[in-house]
Design a protein around this ligand. Structure first.
Ligand code: KIV
Length: 271
């Protein structure tokens, strides 16, 4: 007798099938249990515990300071919430650049301690040996090319990448290498839409864009940005799907008023 276990969890195989069938993939960043639960219930396909947590959770102005321990801590909460979505944890700066051995050890540590499904790391050919070893060790890897924020000190800013022919060619070459090495997905950040479309057509794995136009297999945004929680941040590629900064400040303003004028708590709200 065979027992059929229904599995509604997203898998890397399902993502590949979505690309084959032309079904777009919706990915969002996520950093805590409560919001991850809402995103998962809403039906998001991939939850990325991005190292953008360094900015939006910890208040740093760049992604470099966040540590491996902090990423694992945040990822645990997201994993506990995810019933459907695939959970990916960003490998933070310094956790995979020193040596292949250390990179694989840290990737395995992330999977074991957080319970997530996969890791993401930034870069192409220069980190290919580490990526290959991770995949051989059974760690699913998501690549990340184009604007790779951990290299901001080399780039000198967060501007559009791969505008020039030489950088565009290298990006296409890197994407093919990551695909051949077995990455289950590649993120393309802030590159021309035409190049992103070319890469998407050239590789077998799904390509997820952020500031990379509509020709990718899916899209990702930083949750706090798309919910309008960072009022001052509005790059061209970002759409605000809500204006939560106003909502939060309005609700907190009401609370302060009701506390100060003594109308909260009421008799009904008291024991
Ligand atoms: O850390 C992050 O949020 C990311 C996304 C922008 C893809 O890497």
């Amino acid at each position: 007798m065979s027992v059929h276990v229904q599995n509604s969890r997203m898998t890397t195989a399902k993502l590949r099938q979505m690309k084959a069938e032309g079904e777009k993939i919706a990915m969002l960043t996520s950093y805590d249990f409560t919001l991850a639960h809402l995103l998962d219930e809403a039906g998001v396909d991939i939850l990325l515990v991005g190292d953008s947590a360094s900015n939006v959770v910890c208040g740093n102005s760049y992604t470099l300071p966040i540590t491996l321990e902090e990423m694992i801590f945040l990822t645990k909460g997201v994993v506990r919430a995810a019933q459907h979505a695939l959970v990916v944890c960003d490998m933070p700066f310094g956790s995979y650049q020193v040596s292949e051995e250390e990179a694989v050890r840290n990737a395995i540590r992330i999977l074991k301690e957080s319970g997530c499904d996969a890791v993401k790391l930034e870069g192409g050919e220069e980190i290919l040996p580490s990526i290959k070893h991770m995949i051989q060790a059974g760690v699913p890897v998501m690549g990340h090319l184009g604007l790779t924020p951990q290299s901001v000190n080399q780039f000198g800013g967060y501007g559009l990448r791969a505008k020039e022919e030489a950088e565009a060619e290298k990006l296409l070459h890197d994407a093919k290498l990551l695909d051949e090495a077995g990455c289950f997905c590649i993120v393309l950040e802030k590159i021309p839409a035409a190049l992103a479309q070319k890469v998407t057509k050239a590789v077998h794995c799904p390509v997820i864009g952020i500031g990379a136009g509509n020709g990718c297999d899916g899209q990702v945004l930083v949750l706090h940005d798309m919910l309008g929680l960072n009022e001052g941040f509005k790059p061209k590629f970002l759409r605000h799907f809500a204006h939560l900064a106003e909502e939060v400040k309005g609700a907190v303003g009401e609370y302060i008023k009701d506390v100060k004028d003594g109308s909260f708590p009421s008799a009904e709200e008291s024991y």
